[in-house]
Design a protein around this ligand. Structure first.
Ligand code: PRX
Length: 784
């Protein structure tokens, strides 16, 4: 089965590392990897690229990587200016220097600048440059709608024309270089079009994920004070229509009460979801996209901007309630996203690339829009499936129930027996409206004891779908259907999606060919080795290397990532730093630790894609990122480095638990728990413990249909004891049919910590949760 990759049974000799403390840090360290003569014999989990893959790769060997990496560290100016000059168009070259930086608060204000004085335009480099190179007819975007069969394409020339029309409209309504435009759109083609149109005229876009509430949208609008908002009237999520324009209206009334008025609200008529007649309208402010944009010329002069002019603002959450406006500028971000994309995915012009992220997040900025288009890639843009994709409401006529009692569910369809729902659920669950989330189904049994899933399948009803983490509409095979349809070669997604699809079973995967795939990617959280292996073995047929890319909204692009042809992978490790990145692991005093170690992940020196400030709050920028460990950028993540120099992200350091003096990464315990055959997902938090300082509190989601029992609890704890050690054994296992996640699929540990410590009236803001009901459910199950 393993044509292109040799697995652990077939390893090439790579030396184990003898730690060589030295100023040169990684370089000597990596040299040791190559030069070391002893095989790390206990290492059974090294997965090598095949010679065939390596031969065709941009970076075919560890030696080549080292040579390039070395230069990028010793001569960053030379390294990056060579790439910037040869692969991008600059109206004017930068001067006098390639970069200047101060990352040390003790030496003054933090400042990072790359290619300053150079003038360019990222939209020009994404579109015009590719068209001029003769690739105008190449597909830029394959758009795939939520409903199978609804799709469309745009070639580079078509995309350029559409972007120009919108750019001309924006100029017409008075948007100028430096003005901000908020974009609140679902994953329609109009979303990247809007981003590119802003970039073309030098306007600063701020995309707000279209799952955010009116309140969150208002908060962001109040912070960045845009001249215009671009949205659409509605979007379909499963069978439900969400009136996005109403959300924008509510947000804009809120902001105008606070004296922040937005004059223009350009609204795209998404007639797949709703006709324009039923849309609320404010004359003078609101305009239909379709009425004005297509009448504008299809060419538009580029606004040349300085490399250090802002490109976009993207709000991300911090430790306080106020979101942080991460600001990225043009030149460095452009060079960095394009270069990381090319190398980490070993991108070639013949590739078809699909990243499942939404443009509302940084991944959608850097690796749906800019990175791939700068490389002239064909990108699949998938509208995606949202959480409301549940049991068709028409099938249920009534549902009566009281918390803590048996609940009877009556269905309208002809059926041999009534369904009985057994469980402790609050009547506020969405299914009182006739909807049953999949996670609840695992606790529902037919009176005769059959699982409701089998029952529904037997009666050929539409299956209720999982919460939004994975595209599973019309079924869990949708991803692979899309992969086959477009012959996707590079597939980039998040561990949460992998775990969710893994839970649904291999049969949804193996019924599709997936032969086109050659590189897989993962981002967003540490990928636990069991999910990694499933992704590798089942999805990739043990053939496709996985690029587990570690980075952040703040970093703009990949920081620690495999280069798939260059070195072996270890399941769960993000491997080595990208060119120009010097990761440093420090102890709590900020002292750099060498060799095999565990600590706080910082970065020494700047890189072109680094964010330049937090919008309107440079002080918070310095305090959050540069003051904790003076001299370094502090990532907020914990990381360990093994004897071979591989990096293992252990999660946010606020998630590190110190039990009886042992530092335990929550990710480690979680990884152990999910290796248990009956556990699909786990989230671990620390709770105060009289004796140990902190105790380990674990929320666990079980395999579909598996009941929670005392026996299972013990066996989960035993698994952790066995895998990590007795000190890491959870003090409490809390059965969690669902975990509180943000709409991007990130587990909200802040809430879990409050539930774990029973501070139930301090749960804080739960409005950003994908499903706020999960919290109620967890509280109810706390003492199960
Ligand atoms: O904790 C790390 C985790 O996600 C954080 C950044 O989140 P955000 O800014 O939303 O960006 C997500 C997409 C880049 C990091 O501090 N993280 C991201 N990628 C990985 C990861 N943790 C482990 N492994 C990764 N590959």
């Amino acid at each position: 089965p393993n044509e292109n990759l040799k697995t652990s049974n077939n390893v090439r000799h790579v030396g184990s590392v003898k730690t060589q403390p030295s100023d040169a840090g990684y370089i000597s360290h990596l040299n040791a990897v190559i030069l070391g003569e002893a095989l790390a014999s206990e290492e059974i989990d090294l997965i090598f690229p095949s010679d065939e893959f390596s031969r065709q790769a941009h970076v075919p060997s560890l030696e080549k990587y080292l040579e390039m990496y070395k230069r990028s560290i010793e001569d960053p100016a030379g390294f990056w200016s060579d790439i910037a000059s040869s692969e991008f168009y600059w109206k004017e070259k930068w001067s006098p220097q390639v970069y200047s930086e101060n990352l040390d608060v003790r030496k003054g204000d933090i400042k990072i600048e790359w290619f300053k004085g150079g003038s360019t335009n990222i939209c020009y480099n994404c579109l015009d440059k590719n068209v001029e190179a003769g690739n105008g007819d190449k597909i830029a975007i394959y758009w795939e709608g939520n409903e199978p069969g609804s799709d469309g394409t745009l070639t580079y020339i078509q995309l350029l024309r559409k972007v120009c029309q919108l750019a001309n409209y924006l100029k017409d309504v008075g948007i100028r270089k430096g003005d901000t435009v908020v974009i609140y759109l679902p994953m329609l083609m109009e979303l990247p079009i809007a981003m590119l149109a802003c970039a073309r005229i030098g306007a600063v876009h701020s995309v707000v994920f279209a799952g955010f509430s009116a309140e969150s949208l208002a908060q962001r609008i109040m912070d960045c004070k845009p001249k215009a908002v671009i949205t659409c009237n509605a979007v379909k999520r499963g069978s439900k229509v969400i009136h996005l324009k109403d959300i924008v209206d509510a947000a804009l009334s809120e902001t105008s009460r606070n004296k922040v008025c937005v004059d223009v609200c350009l609204t795209y008529e998404n007639n797949l979801a709703m006709k324009r007649e039923s849309t609320n309208w404010q004359e003078g402010r609101d305009t239909w996209w379709q009425d004005v944009v297509p009448t504008h010329p299809t060419t538009c002069e580029v606004e040349w901007v300085n490399a250090e002019d802002p490109l976009f603002l993207l709000y991300t959450s911090g430790s306080t309630g106020k979101p942080k406006g991460v600001l990225h500028t043009t030149g460095g971000y452009m060079v960095y996203t394009a270069t990381t994309f090319k190398y980490a995915f070993d991108y070639k012009p013949s590739d078809v690339y699909w990243c499942t992220a939404d443009c509302g997040w940084i991944t959608g900025h850097s690796y749906v829009t800019y990175g791939p288009l700068l490389n002239g890639a064909s990108v699949v843009v998938y509208e995606g499936v949202w959480m409301e994709n549940l049991l068709s409401s028409s099938t249920i006529s009534s549902l009566d129930g009281v918390l803590g009692r048996e609940i009877t569910l009556k269905v309208r369809k002809q059926m041999p027996e009534d369904l009985m729902v057994v469980g402790l659920f609050k009547p506020t669950f969405p299914w009182v409206h006739g909807l049953i989330p999949d996670v609840i189904l695992s606790r529902i049994r037919l009176i005769n004891g059959k699982n409701i899933r089998e029952f529904i399948e037997h009666h050929n009803w539409k299956m209720p779908e999982d919460l939004m983490v994975a595209p599973n509409y019309p079924d869990s095979g949708r991803c692979w259907d899309i992969v086959d349809k477009y012959r996707v070669t590079i597939f980039y997604t998040a561990p949460t999606l992998v775990r969710s699809l893994m839970r649904d079973g291999d049969e949804f995967v193996i019924r599709y060919s997936r032969k086109s795939l050659r590189v897989l990617g993962s981002v967003g959280e540490p990928i636990n080795p069991s999910a990694w292996r499933w992704f590798f073995n089942v999805v990739g047929d043990s053939r496709c290397p996985i690029s587990d890319t570690w980075w952040q909204t703040e970093t703009g692009g990949f920081m620690i990532t495999p280069l798939p042809g260059a070195w072996p992978l270890k399941p769960g490790s993000a491997t080595f730093p990208f060119f120009g990145v010097q990761p440093v692991i420090v102890d709590e005093k900020g002292v750099e630790i060498e060799g095999e170690c565990n600590g706080y992940l910082c970065v020494k020196g700047s890189w072109p894609g680094a964010f330049r400030t937090l919008y309107g709050d440079h002080e918070r920028y310095e305090t959050t990122y540069f003051k904790p460990f003076p001299g370094y950028y502090f990532s907020g993540d914990g990381c360990s480095r093994d004897k071979d120099g591989f990096h293992w992200l252990t999660g946010r350091v606020d998630d590190v638990i110190n039990v009886s003096g042992h530092r335990i990464g929550t990710a480690e315990v979680e990884s152990a728990l999910v290796s248990h055959p009956q556990c699909v997902e786990a989230a671990v938090v620390g709770v105060e413990h009289e004796v140990k300082g902190q105790g380990i509190y674990a929320f666990v989601t079980l395999v579909e249909g598996v009941p929670y029992s005392e026996e299972l609890r013990k066996s989960l704890i035993l698994t952790v004891r066995n895998q990590i050690g007795a000190f890491a054994a959870p003090d409490k296992i809390h059965w969690a049919p669902g975990l509180p996640k943000t709409r991007s699929g990130k587990i909200m540990r802040r809430i879990l910590r409050k539930i774990a410590s029973r501070q139930l009236n301090e749960l804080g803001d739960t409005s950003t949760l994908a499903d706020p009901n999960v919290v109620e459910q967890l509280i109810t199950l706390a003492d199960c």
